[in-house]
Ligand binder design. Structure first.
Ligand SMILES: [Zn+2]
Ligand SMILES: [Zn+2]
Length: 248
């Protein structure tokens, strides 16, 4: 393979998991540097136009010019991987690129989330730590960031981010007050509900959209009787509440 601007197809017709496995054992360690979903799918043979996920990766070896282009049709779970340029280092027959959490831990987390989708990453970490013997994972280090990263990616995969009203309502439903909530964990309130499910108005004068968010800690500070002179309930908001990475 010469250094050029051409992508050379390495594998096609794989599933997304098979691409991950390919990256893990067949290629030198690589890092994702860009993921987007604007690519028109040419992976499957569906007639209707739809978008595919494109992940660009680069070889993690210093100064190596190799890049990978992974195209994944999430509708049909068909994926391909292409390579650009040549590695500037020796290649091994087999690799063992541990990308993030060990498979064993991922399986446990998947099971936990299937049974209890509202679990927070730190609750999952506590559970794993408390059940090390049960799962035979005594010797595995559990990094906070790895667990939260994995949990958020898993949740995003199970519930794709489409940014519609229903998603916002689901988000609110997943972040409501409950009696044992952590004092610093935000919760939402103030909207209409229908059988306990949040219902968001359309924003018209007759159908306002009200979404409030606070924490117990903030309320405690505001209700502190020793500084009532300075107490001020503040209401602020933004209409750009999305699930696309903005913090609300
Ligand atoms: Zn497709
Ligand atoms: Zn390389």
């Amino acid at each position: 393979m010469e250094n050029s601007d051409e992508w050379e197809l390495l594998e096609s017709g794989l599933t997304e998991d098979e691409v991950k496995e390919f990256l893990r054992i067949q290629l030198p360690k690589s890092l994702a540097y860009q993921t987007n979903r604007d690519f028109l799918c040419k992976e499957c043979f569906e007639n209707n136009k739809h978008k595919a996920k494109q992940q660009l990766r680069k070889c993690a070896e210093e100064n190596c010019p190799v890049k990978y282009n992974c195209l994944i049709c999430e509708n049909k779970n068909i994926a391909s991987i292409s390579q650009k340029n040549v590695h500037n280092h020796t290649l091994l027959d087999v690799y063992n690129n541990e990308n993030g959490l060990p498979e064993k831990i991922k399986k446990i987390i998947n099971e936990l989330l299937e049974n209890n989708p509202k679990l927070y990453p730190r609750q999952i970490r506590c559970y794993l730590n408390n059940n090390r013997a049960k799962y035979d994972i005594e010797n595995i280090t559990l990094k906070n960031t790895q667990i939260s990263g994995y949990v958020y990616r898993y949740k995003a995969k199970v519930a794709p981010r489409t940014n519609n009203v229903e998603d916002v309502e689901n988000f609110l439903a997943n972040n409501l007050y409950f009696p044992t909530i952590d004092p610093n964990t935000p919760f939402f309130f103030g909207f209409q509900t229908n059988e306990y499910r949040p219902v968001i108005g359309n924003g018209s004068p007759a159908n306002h959209t009200y979404i409030y968010c606070t924490t117990l800690k903030l309320l405690q500070l505001n209700c502190d009787t020793s500084n009532q002179e300075q107490t001020l309930f503040h209401i602020d908001g933004t209409y750009k509440i999305t699930l696309e990475g903005f913090q609300c």
